[in-house]
Design a protein around this ligand. Sequence first.
Ligand code: PCA
Length: 214
Amino acid sequence: MTRVLITGFETFAGEPTNPSWEAVRLVADAPGPGPEVTAVRLSCVYGRALDELRAAVERVEPDLVLCVGQAGGRPDVTVERIAINVDDARIPDNAGRQPIDVPIVPGGPAAYFATLPIKACVAAARAAGVPASVSSTAGTFVCNHVFYGLMHLLTTERPTVRGGFVHVPFASDRATDRAIASLPLPTIAEGLRAILTTAVDRVDDIVEVGGTTH
Ligand code: PCA
């Protein structure tokens, strides 16, 4: 039986909820066949989130880790390609910290690629009727921090475990007060399910256009 650790985030930036945690919970709680999925909620705090992630990896001993965060304003579910070794916070995190141009791992590689078949994951989400695309930047806030920390942990200590990151839009029921892109929460969860299943089932990616010109 494949074990999957899936993480979402607590709320931040004054939002009432975080769709990443709500959707991740739906995925983990869904009955049925497939991998054993454990959901863990991470703090939106530099450093602390990585301590929580490490503890969860040690507890769950997963074969695959999928971290999920909210990217408010993005119109679709985005499978992240790459994590970069820098914290550059536009806003303070939930502990009031605002690191600027600080390496996540001093002396670490500039970046890590996700070790999931990102384009196959996008294709699977789309086939399930969920708008999805590849993203080549996870930003420089706590999500990129967690993504980089995850890939560093797996590369240096658990090389057989694969990992990646997905950003999700606002959930529609939480975005009715503003004209901003959103998807219904069940749709977000469906997209995550398709991505997770694909990531578990296959290692090699498909060759398909997924890049951007800017
Ligand atoms: N999104 C933020 C951090 C927590 C979350 O859900 C980000 O994209 O960095």
